[in-house]
Write a protein that binds this ligand. Structure first.
Ligand code: FMN
Length: 243
């Protein structure tokens, strides 16, 4: 057998770059302890955006907590997903209990000045204890849903629950996690973020102005400071022209 090349070429249009060959280790997913699978997932699927989720309980008390199993999955209609794990005793986290009860919530954008308080709001406060009051987070009224948004957040997405899908097997017969699928019904954006082109279409928002924080593995976070641009590639030429 020929020895495997130690270095190989990647071709992207005119530019060629070289990457080091690596040997890989394999792990069948069903052989993993739940805690190890968690560490792999949050390290490998990274950076992840952070949804700072504001909800109300049945009595109308506010709750806010961060979730980084969070993604945008559809633009029309605007749709997001959250993955909310069950607590070690199998009970639902306050955010999930409130979303299932009231079917609405707000995803607040986390910019750099909010990173520490966002993290502090992940502490396991007793149900009914408001992280808003405990941490001095200031609420501002939402427009289409009852839970408030965060004053000073550069963007907030008001959401309505579409579907909650239990995933896996957790403690005491609970799912290990619940996938929440929700529709964004109203957007709030800080003044100065929205710009339109000459045809009135919204331009992409400048990432530097959003100053988003992303979550990596463990307790590591990142910012958008090291950004670079890649224009979309043109359609490849038909196969016969490539020979
Ligand atoms: C940056 C960050 C991201 C998090 N992402 C998730 C997540 O995606 N899913 C989850 O179940 N818990 C996640 N957590 C943990 C919850 O925030 C934590 O369990 C919190 O106490 C839940 O609060 P609640 O019971 O008020 O909803 C995350 C914590 C931090 C700091």
């Amino acid at each position: 057998m020929r020895p495997r090349a130690r270095r190989f070429q990647l071709r992207a249009r005119a530019r060629i770059c070289y990457v080091e060959a690596v040997s890989t280790q394999e792990l069948p997913a069903d052989s993993l302890r739940a805690s190890d699978a968690y560490r792999l997932m949050i390290s490998l699927v990274a950076p992840r955006p952070i949804a700072w989720v504001s909800t109300l309980d049945r009595a109308g008390r506010g709750n806010i907590a961060p979730y980084s199993y969070f993604q945008a999955v559809c633009s029309s209609p605007p749709t997001i997903v959250l993955g909310i794990g069950s607590r070690p005793d199998g009970t639902a986290k306050d955010t999930l209990a409130n979303i299932l009860d009231r079917r609405e919530f707000v995803v607040n954008h986390v910019s750099e000045p909010f990173a520490e308080v966002m993290n502090a709001s992940s502490a396991p406060y007793e149900p009914g204890v408001s992280e808003w009051e405990a941490l001095g987070i200031e609420p501002e009224a939402s427009t289409a849903v009852a839970p408030p948004r965060v004053r000073g957040a550069r963007a907030s997405l008001e959401c309505r629950l579409q579907q909650a899908i239990p995933l896996g097997q957790g403690p005491n017969g609970a799912p290990s996690s619940t996938l929440v699928i929700a529709r964004v019904v109203h957007f709030h954006l800080a003044e100065g973020l929205l710009e339109r082109d000459e045809r009135g279409r919204l331009k992409a928002i400048d990432p530097a102005r959003l100053a988003a924080v992303g979550r990596l593995g463990g307790i590591a976070y990142t910012t958008t400071a090291g950004r670079f641009d890649l224009p979309r590639p043109p359609a490849p030429p038909p196969a016969r022209d490539r020979e």
